[in-house]
Design a binder for this molecule. Sequence first.
Ligand code: 13P
Ligand code: ZN
Length: 281
Amino acid sequence: MTVFSHPISFVKEAAPLVRLCWEMGWNEANGGNFSWRLPTSEIEGILARHYPDLIPGPANPIPIDEPGLDSEYFLVTGSGQFFRHAIDHPNQVFGIVQIVAGGTAWRQVWGFSSGARPTSEFAMHLVAHAVRKRVSNGRERMILHSHLPEFIALSFLAPLDSRALTRALWEKMPECIVIFPDGVRVVPPLLPGTVEIAEASAAELERSRIISWSHHGIFVSEESPDRIFALVETIEKAASIHRRILGAGGAKQVIPTEILKQLSEKFAALMVARPEFLDEE
Ligand code: 13P
Ligand code: ZN
């Protein structure tokens, strides 16, 4: 087990998660990105204590205004930064930025030691944070985008449809409906980093923490490193089982709907939402 320490407790927690995502084969090279909406007074206290001489950078406009995020701080991976380097070079891989000017701009307050800027998906992350902060009453704080091999493979083999994909995954492992009762919402193939994909994603994020960018990867929102990792590893495991079944000629049977319904009753207290796709077609 790697021993890793950092004066910023959030970097201390995020760097091992980000490195683990690389080890899992989810985030090759600079593939994928991560952001964390930090508790304001805590991060201001940490920065004042450990980095008293920091001077915030200039304001940079964001493409979609997010008034609901004004003055929030985000720990975010830099564009072009490798998840593999998160432990060895945390101050280069990560930066901390603050949203300013009524939610119309960001400014850097810490990190990005080699001069990186926030991920090219930062505007998308902010859209997602704004939606999920509201929908989850502030519980969710973290966004992870990963290029999951099994999950992406499915977007070439199975219909690009939220219900079909969600059911296919739920029907392969009993844990799935408990861990992601809100399902996986499919965003059609669109150019990454555009306002168009951000708007299509925002609509789906109103209903789930999990979206699939078809032929590209997963984009998920959760509360903590443990929860976001658990969510993604469960989805990737189910995707892998489903893909193996497809490769072997298709399922002869699946977990019956009745059992899925019983699971969702039995474990209702653990679930973040009531499952939507349990009706028979
Ligand atoms: P960044 O290096 O800008 O974060 O881009 C990686 C990626 O996966 C884009 O979708
Ligand atoms: Zn990507």
